[in-house]
Design a protein around this ligand. Structure first.
Ligand SMILES: *Cc1c(COP(=O)(O)O)cnc(C)c1O
Length: 383
């Protein structure tokens, strides 16, 4: 039996008529960009995330760039993030004019290790009247960007405590975590500003690209609204922004899908639970560890597997969808060679990259399909 890693068609079957209505409405009104659909989606997403405001934009990458600019990043300043993440986390720092500084992850949750963050700041930085300064290079540290990887939110108690000691803004890369919670707080409400992606494979996916910024700081929201549209008002520009608006039609699609999101999360969480039970006595597979204070939405179900590459090939031959997120940590990417990092600098990230494999977990996966995945993996290790 062929098992897809993700089949978006199945979730769209349910809401097809509503999606088509969004399209015909957009066609008849000719309001293609922003407009009342986007305004309504911003309000609904802010309410969903438990933030005072939300600002829509064109992608998750744009959300990160806009957030960094709005929280004060200037050319050549430093932004702290992790090497084990999707490229965009660090790529957007560079696109916003900054330089990434990497902090290794925890081996169990794959999220930023707050102790290493604290230690890096204590060892390398000082607070001056210019802000937090990296002593060796005299560059300012502009922000901390934790990444809520695979749908599990970072330890925000620890990260916020460090951020507040150093008076640094926290830009949450919540691209994979719409609806995930730390204690009672949703992703995007636990930092200074939250950045979301509506790339089709995220739990809340558009029928194209889209992004969102959430914040409780209304002044910051206003600046983000200005920056997403060239940083001006009525052809008078106080700063240089960009064109990163949301299409009305995508906002309309996303409004329909937001109403289903909790139901879809529940399906993913149930599938995750089934895998955890099935692999509990299989020592070659280490299932995801979720911090008891976190509530994961399982954008990916990512396990650590012995003989990962062989398992990957075996599953692919069986036509079972699986993928490696992410095969090469960012400090070892060719484009970041000039940052001066080398192999061995972030051992947990490097080791994790060699062992991770993500399995089908989408809510509409059938019991038979999931059994097929489980059986194949058991079979692989029994040989
Ligand atoms: C998807 C993703 C992004 C970028 O979002 P796009 O909408 O594709 O630009 C950024 N960070 C992480 C961790 C992501 O998974």
């Amino acid at each position: 039996m062929k098992v897809p890693l993700l089949d978006i068609n199945r979730q769209h079957a349910d809401i097809k008529d509503e999606l088509i209505r969004v399209f015909t409405d957009a066609l008849s009104t000719s309001r293609f960009i922003k407009g009342p659909e986007m305004d309504a989606f911003e309000r609904e997403f802010a309410e969903y995330s438990g933030t005072a405001d939300a600002v829509a934009c064109a992608s998750g990458t744009d959300a990160l760039i806009l957030a960094l600019q709005a929280t004060g990043l200037k050319r050549d300043e430093l932004v702290i993030t992790v090497p084990f993440t999707f490229f965009s986390s660090a790529g957007s720092i560079v696109r916003a004019g900054g330089t990434p500084v990497f902090i290794d992850i925890l081996p169990d949750t794959f999220n930023m290790d707050p102790d290493i963050l604290e230690e890096w700041l204590n060892t390398n930085c000082a607070i001056t009247e210019r802000g937090v300064i990296h002593k060796e290079t005299a560059r300012r540290v502009a922000a901390i960007m934790p990444v809520h990887i695979f749908g599990q939110i970072c330890n925000m108690d620890a990260i916020n405590s460090t951020a507040s000691n150093w008076d640094l803004p926290v830009v949450e890369d919540a691209a994979q975590a719409a609806g995930a919670k730390w204690r009672q707080s949703k992703a995007g409400s636990t930092g200074t500003v939250g950045c979301f992606s509506f790339f089709p494979s995220k739990n809340l996916g558009a029928l194209g690209d889209g992004g969102m910024l959430t914040t409780n700081d209304l002044k910051l929201a206003e600046r983000l609204r200005s920056l997403r549209e060239h940083g001006g008002k009525g052809y008078l520009h106080s700063e240089v922004g960009t064109n990163s608006r949301m299409d009305a039609i995508q906002a309309g699609f996303l409004r329909v899908k937001l109403r289903k999101l909790e139901q879809w999360h529940a399906g993913r969480r149930a599938n995750a639970e089934r895998y955890a039970e099935a692999f509990a006595n299989l020592p070659q597979i280490k299932t995801p560890v979720i911090d008891p204070r976190a509530w994961s939405i399982y954008n990916q179900y990512t396990v650590l597997a012995e003989s990962r590459d062989e398992l990957l090939a075996f599953l692919r031959k069986r036509q079972i969808g699986c993928a490696v997120y992410y095969p090469l940590p960012l400090h070892l990417q060719q484009c970041f060679a000039d940052l001066g990092y080398s192999k061995g600098d972030f051992r947990v990230s490097e080791n994790t990259s060699k062992k991770v494999i993500s399995l089908p977990v989408f809510g509409e996966l059938t019991g038979d399909e999931q059994n097929e995945v489980i059986t194949a993996i058991r079979e692989f290790y029994s040989n």
